[in-house]
Design a protein around this ligand. Structure first.
Ligand code: ATP
Ligand code: MG
Length: 409
């Protein structure tokens, strides 16, 4: 049997990027031989094994054929006769379809090295169209390597467009899609992921609510970039520049969905878009079964981001309601994520990227003040149950009024 390094490990070594996980392909072996050498099978129906010591993935060379809709609709054929070239041709991109032996001799039948040099993301063969997940993968690689100047080849984008129009994207499971989306959002330029999905028509299928923002104007005084879609991309870009966690990036992507619902006659104003957007945010959350913390933050940021921007003008009672809605007493982290999401929203505007955002510290201070109100003295006064809750609220309101006055002076 011959063993080769494949996929990302080869690609990233040639790019001079750090290699984190290594995938291997094994040519000329049977399952029985692998088991005899101590490799552990990964699943019952896939010819993939884990190395007995390193735990890295070793896959038998295989060919694949599509036999139905979606990912379940794949049949594969693994046998000692399958060649390295046959295994490589089923892969998504030419830059991912190179193999290397232990002497670093490259096998590159589909010119991945040339495409690496020319900074092109190009599909290996027409079989690309057999797995719609590849649309998301290509968009994710475009985001990851945008900084190096990589672009999607026009003919690959065309295939992605056909896949998007064919209805195949709908066959993806929420789990597979979310894995790609969440990884893409954590790249350095997640806005490129969304842009590429939009360019090939996939955004309209996957997240029509985000797609609908493009072409919708906002008032120039607050939004020099005008277009709501462009604004959303900029907010996402800011969230990556500021190394925000996934929860914040997800909330940034979805915060303005309500603007897509504004009747044209009301443009460029978007009255109550925060509230109108909530059903849309909920729909996107559920479509991809986003983790609970992502779902929650997206809804809260959607509902309250304008409160964030107007923090310094809010009445003490409104400020208190905001803090209560976030349950800042038990969930301090979530409120902090809300604050930074608002800041990203404020900076994701043309020419305003460097603006200061005093609202952030003001809100942090308000949360501290509300949290600082002690329960013990109220208990000692004999308050219980609902009355205790009311008394606590009154004390917090008093403290917030004082805070607001001191901040104003
Ligand atoms: P990463 O750095 O994100 O791990 P990778 O290229 O190693 O990038 P993996 O998901 O680890 O990506 O997959 C390893 C290899 O398997 C890829 O390089 C590619 O050749 C192939 N591959 C993975 N998923 C697909 C797919 N859906 N369709 C075609 N080929 C795929
Ligand atoms: Mg990998």
């Amino acid at each position: 049997m011959q063993i080769y390094k494949v996929g990302g490990a080869v690609r990233d070594r040639l790019l001079g990027k750090p290699v984190t996980d290594i995938d291997w392909v094994v040519v000329g072996a049977t399952t029985e031989e692998m088991l005899a050498k101590g490799y552990r099978p990964v699943g019952a129906d896939f010819p993939v094994f884990l190395h007995p010591k390193s735990g890295e993935e070793y896959a038998l060379a295989r060919t694949e054929r599509k036999s139905g809709r979606g990912y379940g609709g794949f049949t594969f054929h693994a046998s000692p006769e399958v060649t390295l070239e046959e295994d490589l041709i089923r892969r998504d991109l030419t830059i991912n379809a190179m193999a290397e032996d232990d002497q670093q001799n490259l096998t590159d039948p589909y010119h991945g090295q040339r495409d690496l040099e020319e900074r092109i993301l190009r599909h290996v063969s027409p079989a690309f169209a057999e797995d719609p997940l590849r649309v998301l993968r290509v968009a994710r690689f475009a985001a990851r390597y945008a900084e190096l100047g990589f672009k999607v080849a026009p003919e690959t984008l065309e295939l992605m467009r056909q896949l998007s129009e064919s209805g195949e994207l709908e066959a993806l499971t929420a789990e597979r899609s979310w894995k790609e989306i969440s990884r893409a959002l954590m790249e350095d330029q997640p806005q490129v992921f969304i842009q590429v999905l939009r360019d090939c028509g996939a955004l309209k299928v996957l997240m029509p609510e985000v797609d609908a923002l493009f072409g919708v104007p906002q008032p120039e005084a607050h939004h020099p970039e005008i277009d709501s879609g462009i604004h959303t991309l900029s907010v996402l870009e800011q969230s990556a520049l500021h190394k925000q966690p996934l929860t914040v990036r997800w909330a940034c992507l979805l915060h303005d969905l309500g603007k897509g619902l504004t009747p044209e006659a009301e443009w460029p104003r978007h009255i109550a878009h925060e509230h109108k957007g909530l059903t849309l945010i909920k729909a996107v959350n559920e479509r991809f079964k986003a983790p609970k913390d992502c779902q929650e933050l997206a809804l809260l940021v959607g509902q309250y981001h304008t409160h964030g921007h107007r923090a310094l003008e809010l009445k003490a009672s409104t400020l208190l309601e905001l803090l209560q809605s976030f349950d800042v007493y038990r969930r301090p982290q979530r409120f902090e994520e809300f604050i930074v999401a608002c800041e990203m929203d404020a900076r994701g505007r043309k020419g305003l990227e460097q603006r200061s955002y005093p609202q952030a510290d003001y809100l942090r201070g308000a949360a501290n003040v509300a949290r600082g109100v002690a329960v013990q003295p109220l208990l000692e006064k004999g308050f219980k149950g609902l009355e205790l809750g009311e008394a606590l609220k009154r004390e917090r309101l008093k403290a917030l009024k004082a805070y607001k006055e001191s901040a104003a002076s």
